[in-house]
Ligand binder design. Structure first.
Ligand code: TXA
Ligand code: MG
Length: 434
């Protein structure tokens, strides 16, 4: 057991900057070399974390723009095994390798990037996109075999967070980093979430505030033709298709709810082979709070009336004393309606508050239905980025407040946008899909 410490990092933007590389003039880009700024105010915490990465086999919690990661030196087997044991992660699920700049990636690959990736990298890096590359035979850095779980490819990502890049620069090695949740739990989007899952199992979590994006990176494979998306994430299908060479990119993941009643899902008609995920991580139960999640597939029109929702809550109340309700784009606000009707229904609205869970903001109201359960009604907002931003945090928050069942309003994911990533995570978290 360790004493897990949260180390805040102030002013991440002052930590470093990109410069052109002197050694690669033929293909120089603005992402060539990331320099840490000496004596930047937040550097002390990063030096402490980087020393852990260099000298120990205990991974370090670190923020990125997507979710918090659990990082170790990708070239040392002992350190990488530490990630798997801390998370309880199956060893056949490979890890993403984070680099701080293109020079580090070139040194890792021993060559330039394949042409197919160049326009993609130019457009979306640094950012929430992971690209598959062949595992190099000889290079400055040799990846520990545990990173790739025996696959001939590895996932590479250059994160948008200057804090992440500076940590990698100071650790002086590519950083293997899965999301920093305990296996099967929702991904962490604050430092406190990491501690909630891994307290005592790691020594240090860097705190860079709440993650901006809130869902993980998009994982793409451009080594096959046409290129494919292995996991939807922060960069959407429509955005990928706007890039030369990526117009025909296809989905190669399945969205069948893990524990769900698949008859509602058209994809359930497909054969086993078609549904076999090509990113090994996509086959596992994932993103789940302790509460049972009931997902309502979303559409453009309202999927539930106020009366129907209240009935659903009452029926959930037969198995749960506390029911969470997560609203997104169309469900009516129940608390305010009940408030007005208090005198007739005898329902009590015990306060409408704006919840500020570690920098993740959403509206939460707590009340009891006259006929039964205590209700925690949470509003993620209507726009996609706020839904993605608050998604994992809201599931964790409702867990912490004792919800035993969570009814959650899905969103329309027919538009090739960030909604695909949100619905992919929700379908995997759900025990039942309606
Ligand atoms: O945003 C993110 O990507 C975050 C932050 C921390 O960077 N990381 C993350 O890592 O989500 P993780 O380990 O939770 O998810 C990595 C996903 C898994 O589904 C894994 O199977 C897939 O990427 N993956 C990694 N390497 C792969 C490979 N060589 N081939 C196919 N899939 C791969
Ligand atoms: Mg993960």
């Amino acid at each position: 057991m360790y004493e897990t410490r949260i180390l805040p990092v102030s002013d991440p933007d002052s930590l470093g900057r990109f410069r052109l590389s002197t050694s690669t003039s033929s293909s120089a880009t603005s992402l060539d070399h990331w320099d840490a700024t000496e004596s930047a105010p937040g550097l002390d915490a990063l030096v402490t974390a980087a020393n852990h990465i260099r000298k120990t086999d205990v991974p370090v919690g670190f923020p990125t723009e997507t979710v918090y990661g659990l990082g170790a030196d990708a070239t040392r087997s002992g350190a990488v095994r530490g990630i798997f044991s801390v998370k309880g992660r199956p060893s056949d699920n490979p890890l993403i390798v984070h680099v701080c700049d293109l020079d580090m990636l070139r040194e890792l690959c021993g060559t330039e990037l394949p042409d197919i990736y160049r326009p993609l990298v130019e457009r979306f890096w640094p950012g929430p996109l992971t690209i598959l590359l062949p595992v190099p035979q000889t290079s400055k850095y040799t990846l520990a075999p545990e990173v790739t779980a025996g696959l001939p490819t590895f996932g590479a990502r250059l994160p948008a967070s200057p804090l992440t890049r500076t940590l990698i620069r100071l650790a002086d090695a590519p950083l293997a980093g899965p999301s920093a949740n305990a296996s099967t739990r929702p991904s962490p989007t604050t430092a406190q979430h990491v501690v909630d899952d891994l307290n005592g199992r790691i020594e240090v979590v860097l705190d860079g505030g709440a993650c901006g994006v809130g869902v993980e990176s998009t994982v793409v494979d451009g080594l096959c033709n046409p290129p494919v998306i292995l996991r939807p994430g922060g960069v959407s299908l429509a955005e990928l298709r706007s890039v030369p060479g990526w117009e025909r990119v296809e989905r190669a993941y399945n969205d069948v709810a893990h524990g769900g009643n698949a008859q509602n899902d058209a994809k359930a008609q497909k054969t086993e082979d078609e549904l076999k995920p090509r990113a090994p991580g996509m086959k596992y139960k994932h993103y789940s709070p302790k509460a049972r999640v009931v997902l309502y597939e979303g559409g453009k029109t309202p999927t539930r009336t106020q009366e129907a929702l209240i009935k659903d809550i009452e029926s959930a109340g037969q198995e749960a004393a506390v029911v969470g309700v997560v609203r997104t784009t169309t469900w009516p606000a129940l608390a305010s309606a009940l408030d007005k009707a208090t005198t007739t229904t005898n329902g009590t609205v015990a306060g409408g508050l704006t919840e500020n869970g570690d920098g993740v903001t959403y509206h939460l109201e707590t009340y009891s239905l006259p006929s039964g359960p205590k209700v925690l009604e949470l509003d993620l907002g209507r726009d996609l980025s706020s839904i993605a931003h608050g998604l994992f945090s809201s599931l964790r928050d409702l867990d912490a407040r004792g919800a035993e069942v969570i009814l959650i309003e899905g969103i329309d994911d027919g538009g090739d946008d960030l909604a695909s990533a949100v619905m992919n995570r929700l379908r995997k978290a759900a025990s039942e899909v309606r």
